[in-house]
Structure formats: C-alpha cells, structure tokens
Design a binder for this molecule. Structure first.
Ligand SMILES: Nc1nc2c([nH]c(=O)n2[C@H]2C[C@H](O)[C@@H](COP(=O)(O)OP(=O)(O)OP(=O)(O)O)O2)c(=O)[nH]1
Length: 150
C-alpha cells in the first residue's frame, strides 16, 4: 500500500428506537484525541468492512452488533491519513457500552458533544434527516416518489 492510498474505516451508528445515537470521544494518544466520533476503526487486511465493524465494537465497547445496514461513504484527507469512511446504521445489538479503552461515550438526541471529527460533521445533518424527518423533508420524499412514478 502506498503512503497516500485511502485507508478503509468501518464506522457504526447505533440507533435506539427513540432515535438516540451513540458517540465516543477519541482516546488520548490517537490523532485528534478528545474529538468526538461514531465508534469504529480501520479495516484490517483480509477483513470485510462488516467484520471490522463488529470487531471494533466488541474491542472498544463490548457491544455485539447483530446486524447493520450500509448507509453512506465519505472520503476525507487529513494531515495524518487519507480515509475512506464506511458508515453503517444498526438497530440490532447486544450489550451495554463499556469504556474498554478509557474513552467517554454518550447517547445523544440532538448532538451536544464537540468538537466532532471534521469528516463526521456533515453526517450529523444527514442522520438527523433520518431520525427526525420534517414536514418539508417528507414532502420532498413524496415528490421523489411521484416523479419516479411519472
Ligand atoms: N471511528 C471513526 N473514525 C473516524 C470518524 N470520522 C473520521 O474522520 N474518522 C477517521 C479518524 C481516523 O483517521 C480514522 C479511524 O482510525 P482510528 O485510528 O480511530 O482507527 P483504529 O481504532 O483502528 O486505530 P488504531 O488501531 O490504529 O489505533 O477515521 C468517525 O466518525 N468514526
């Protein structure tokens, strides 16, 4: 792998029935320590993204993800790395988050933790559109359906 090749990262958004989602603070010693992110980590050689997601959640939080759906992808170039983030949404897991790496974590309705990792900032708006659909958002979805049918 060349120095500037993108690094694949598996990222999970655990979403409770009431829409709350889990964020974690990056532990000391990592780039951007103290920034908030959705839990996850780098995909290792020979692993699928979903395998990496499940491994990272077990290692970092003691959470067993039963199922997760791929949601969106974001590519971002940091000074320390070029990352390709694969975001998954899960409604189906076992366990209660434990701080296995000494990190803080928090279930959030509207997001009140900061700073967020730069590449994660736009995701907050996108995930809110899913968690809290507005009347105008629903209208545009309806328009999309109507125009698909025409
Ligand atoms: N987990 C996670 N990583 C993110 C998010 N947004 C974002 O830019 N990243 C970036 C930060 C890092 O450059 C990279 C994740 O790498 P990492 O160093 O945390 O992964 P890791 O846990 O496998 O770390 P290590 O084993 O190398 O210590 O992805 C996010 O929301 N969640």
């Amino acid at each position: 792998m060349k120095k500037n090749d993108p690094i694949d990262v598996a990222v999970g958004i655990l979403m409770k029935d009431n829409g709350d989602i889990l964020l974690a603070e990056r532990p000391a010693g990592k780039p951007y320590e103290g920034y908030w992110e959705f839990p996850g980590g780098k995909v290792e050689a020979g692993e699928t993204i979903e395998e990496a997601l499940k491994r990272e959640f077990m290692e970092e939080l003691g959470i067993a993800i039963a199922s997760a759906d791929p949601w969106c992808g974001v590519e971002f170039v940091y000074p320390h790395a070029h990352v390709r983030l694969h975001f998954y949404i899960s409604h189906d897991w076992k366990g209660v988050p434990q701080s296995r790496e000494g990190q803080k974590f928090s279930w959030q309705g509207s997001i009140h933790v900061e700073p967020l990792l730069p590449a994660t900032i736009p995701l907050v708006k996108w995930i809110d559109d899913i968690r809290y659909p507005t009347a105008s958002g629903l209208a545009s979805q309806l328009n999309a359906v109507i125009s698909t049918q025409c």
